[in-house]
Design a protein around this ligand. Structure first.
Ligand code: BGC
Length: 431
């Protein structure tokens, strides 16, 4: 028999079908208000990118800054095929402590000079290339090559970037360093994921990241700006309407760099999941519902850093949890159960937001699905976290019944790299 407090805590993370339906309906309503230009938590940022033709071609430089890493890749596109010509990866925080480009001690020039040097290292002598920039933060987009950072997310704090035109900062750094590369497109990683998916699945109309951060974009078939199709970056990580927050979620938010924003992201994304599970386990420990026989070592671990990888291992490896917490096998299994309950909520919350988008795209009355949709997803939470993708399927079937067969979740990797090349090709074609 498990401890009653453990049951109580696990229950606080459950979401039944009617709650998922209610979240989907509210998300759909908020999305439609945001799209109509009403100020609300969903920013509904236009990407100025429509449907790619699938025949984009040329050689393109791309950069991808998603969090603490920078990737710089050169692609050749030809006849619907993509070839990776070269790639380098760089840490924005030096493991030896020599530099940290994402803390408040660094400024925009430092960060963008570093990026310009990374780009330069990919160029052949005499080569001059257009560049697509995947910049995975909320940006107010005014055109395919004009995006202003609204605010940093994922706990990044570099000074002098918020409010700025990102590709102008990049262009200035490339000029300072004499690098003959010209930014032509800037896009969100969700948008890149959907662009890549469209090459493989014509029915793809939603792109999502379930990684360090969380966000989703979708294909708006009748965008108010153009009247035609346009990919819209929802910035769903900032969703906050009537969500089932627990005390643990509120504490994670309170302790974050920017309390009060990105509340949905703080409930479900990889950057926060370790902290959330840590708080749950610590609370269970303090209530004697876990590790009661020997709370000291577990308490010490749970006061330290707890990462998404540790959550994954606690779920998958009983021996790891036994050693980590110096506990019995029964306690290790109970800790894994608690972690799984948090992840199950992730899956069900995220699926509820996807359903909100699909209900909008279907343009019907009520919550019905009549067309096929492919939801393209990238990120380690979807790809690697035990049970998550299966729980997402389960949630979909619970809400939609047989209509769930019209919807496919597809892992689409490297949207941020290849997607930036496709966007750059679309942009050079447009101009
Ligand atoms: C950012 C989004 C991004 C997501 C996934 C969030 O923190 O606000 O723009 O798409 O992370 O990388």
């Amino acid at each position: 028999m498990s401890h009653p407090y453990l049951r109580e805590v696990l229950d606080s993370f459950s979401l039944d079908v009617s709650e998922m339906r209610a979240i989907a309906a509210r998300f759909c309503d908020t999305l439609e208000r945001g799209l109509a230009g009403e100020a609300c938590c969903l920013k509904m940022l236009p990407s100025y990118i429509g449907l790619p033709t699938g025949r984009e071609s040329g050689v393109f430089m791309t950069i991808d800054m998603g969090g603490s890493n920078l990737r710089c890749t050169k692609f050749r596109l030809h006849d619907g095929r993509a070839e990776k010509l070269s790639e380098t990866k760089h840490k924005l925080v030096d493991p030896q402590g020599a530099y940290n480009l994402i803390s408040a001690d660094a400024d925009a020039d430092k960060l963008f000079d570093f990026i310009a040097d990374a780009v330069a290292s990919q160029l052949e002598p005499g080569e001059e290339l257009p560049l697509g920039n995947t910049f995975s933060f909320p940006c107010r987009q005014e055109g395919i090559n004009e995006a202003y950072l609204v605010y940093w997310t994922k706990e990044i704090a570099t000074r002098g970037v918020e409010g700025q035109n990102i590709n102008k900062l990049l262009e200035a750094a490339l000029r300072r360093r004499n690098v003959p590369v010209h930014p032509v497109a800037v896009l969100n990683d969700t948008v890149g994921t959907l662009l890549v998916a469209l090459y493989q699945y014509p029915q793809a109309d939603v792109g999502s990241i379930m990684g360090t951060g969380q966000n989703t974009c979708y294909l708006e078939y009748h965008h108010p700006i153009t009247g035609g199709p346009m990919i819209v970056n929802i910035e769903s990580g900032n969703y906050d309407v009537a969500l089932p927050f627990t005390a643990y979620d509120r504490e994670t938010d309170r302790r974050s760099n920017q309390p009060g924003v990105q509340l949905f992201e703080k409930m479900v994304a990889g950057r926060y999941i370790g902290d959330l599970v840590r708080r749950v386990l610590l609370d269970l420990c303090e209530h004697g519902a876990l590790f009661a026989a020997n709370p000291g070592p577990a308490r010490a671990v749970l006061h330290g850093d707890f990462t998404a990888l540790m959550v994954e291992r606690v779920i998958l490896e009983v021996a790891y949890a036994v050693e980590l917490f110096s506990c019995s096998e029964a306690d290790a299994l109970a800790a894994a159960e608690a972690a799984r309950a948090v992840l199950r909520r992730n899956a069900r919350l995220i699926v509820s937001t996807y359903l909100g988008i699909l209900f909008h795209q279907e343009e019907g009355e009520g919550q019905e699905i009549h067309r096929e949709h492919v939801i393209a997803i990238d990120g380690t939470i979807f790809e690697k976290m035990p049970g998550v993708s299966a729980q997402m399927e389960e949630a979909l079937w619970e809400v939609l019944g047989d209509a769930a067969s019209l919807i496919q979740f597809r892992l689409v990797k490297d949207g941020s790299g290849l997607g930036a090349a496709i966007a750059a090709a679309v942009a050079t074609h447009q101009s």
